[in-house]
Ligand binder design. Structure first.
Ligand code: CTP
Length: 396
């Protein structure tokens, strides 16, 4: 996703420096070139060797460690497309704001004319210090404010480095790298709600978080997004709220002709109540009651059938169809059977028996199956990372 782009990562001396090791991996996974510049104090928290191994480039610290005729601060500033300072200490922020150039990192920042992201991390009292806030206001950079929580210094408050995902997404956004530009992506999410009577319903534990992550990431990557969801969601892209499987089917089918890709991340109820009672059902003297359920249409399968019926010359304009598959046992075996039964282009399989991933968790671990029999496992990560990796896989 960041092929051909060079990220200059400035690391300063705060405990959150260890976290940026993972940020480097995220940039590398997205095919970016990563140049790391550290302040001397940063190396008290993370080693040069670690940063070097992860970035696959020498790590620069000393200002006058010049190997050729190029002054290093200028050559670094010229080579990179974006500078990301994470974690940014109060000291480095204030120096940059005042134009101080007393080490390689601050000198590069002074010479840097392209987008800069600053992700501060520090003690909460330092963060609230009016001098620091005044200095921050002087910088016309993208500031990703720290988050609140338990701080390494023992305090509770605002000061933790923001989520690495946020830094990564902002980098992609500022580089204006929009690989999904011009593509309309329709995503379903949440569990459908099948009414029994005016006060009761049948549903499932789906939180809608995976579908929402896919929609947010697709939007960041430049897609025209429509999210069809059973949850209350407020976003700047098109959100269509639905309730039952039949509502969802009608909403998705409307989008078929204009979509480039349809992702069925929703947990659609397989059955609905045959006759919804118009009035609240009353308790009877019987110890048991029976509800008759009828099968809901299989939306995913019907979309695939519609695509298969497309005349060959129109097939390229048909949407790519991606299904999800929630299994509590025999994940791969069931997923393989499901992709051939449903006929979709990709199937994203996840194991719902695990408590640390899947339903209602912020994390997931999935295997992507393609229609040609290929499989690719995506290791456990937060749902936005999984979403991004799914787009990397399906759009190459
Ligand atoms: N799906 C659908 N319509 C249904 C049921 C499921 O479109 N009536 C879609 C889901 O959105 C998902 C995929 O089919 O993308 C697989 O859903 P899953 O519940 O795993 O499979 P089922 O076909 O319902 O099979 P089973 O419940 O027996 O595992």
């Amino acid at each position: 996703m960041l092929s051909g782009k060079t990220v200059l990562l400035g690391v300063t001396g705060g405990i959150a420096a260890y976290k940026v090791c993972e940020l480097i991996r995220m940039y590398k996974r997205a095919n970016a070139e990563v140049l790391v510049v550290c302040t001397p104090n940063a190396l008290n928290f993370v080693t040069k060797l670690t940063l070097q191994n992860l970035s696959k480039n020498p790590v620069a610290v000393e200002e006058f460690d010049v190997k050729d005729f190029n002054p290093e601060h200028i050559s670094y500033a010229d080579r990179a497309d974006i500078m990301v300072i994470a974690p940014a200490t109060a000291n480095t922020i204030s120096k940059i704001a005042q134009g101080v150039c007393d080490n390689l990192l601050t000198s590069i920042a002074c010479a840097f004319t392209k987008p800069v992201i600053i992700a501060p991390a520090m003690n909460c009292n330092m963060w609230e210090n009016p001098v620091l806030q005044e200095n921050l206001n002087k910088l016309h950079y993208e500031i990703l404010e720290p988050e609140s929580g338990y701080l390494a210094c023992g305090y509770e408050g605002k000061g933790r480095l923001c989520a690495l995902e946020k830094i990564f997404d902002k980098t992609v956004e500022l580089l204006n790298f929009k690989p999904l530009n011009g593509k309309k992506i329709v995503i379903t999410s949440g569990g459908t709600i099948e009414d029994i009577d005016p006060v009761r319903y049948i549903s499932n534990y789906s939180s809608g978080k995976m579908g929402l992550a896919l929609a947010d990431v697709a939007k960041n990557l430049g897609a025209d997004v429509t999210l069809i969801t059973t949850k209350d969601v407020s976003r700047k892209y098109n959100v269509i709220k639905v309730k039952s499987a039949l509502d969802m089917k009608a909403a998705v089918e409307k989008e078929f002709d204009s979509a480039n890709c349809i992702i069925m991340a929703a947990a659609v109820a397989d059955y609905r109540v045959k006759e919804i009672s118009q009035q609240k059902m009353k308790k009877t003297s019987d110890d048991e009651i029976s509800l008759t359920l009828v099968k809901n249409p299989d939306i995913l399968k019907e979309l695939c059938t519609r695509k298969k019926a497309c005349p060959p010359d129109l097939l390229p304009s048909c949407p790519m169809i991606v299904g999800f598959c929630a299994e509590s046992e025999n994940l791969l075996e069931n997923a393989k059977e499901k992709i051939s039964r449903k006929g979709c282009d990709y199937l994203i399989a996840n194991d719902i028996s695990r408590k640390d991933i899947g339903f209602s968790s912020d994390y997931n671990e999935v295997t992507i199956l393609d229609k040609n029999g290929g499989t690719k496992k995506l290791e456990r990560a937060d749902k936005r990372t999984i979403a991004r990796r799914i787009f990397e896989e399906i759009y190459g």
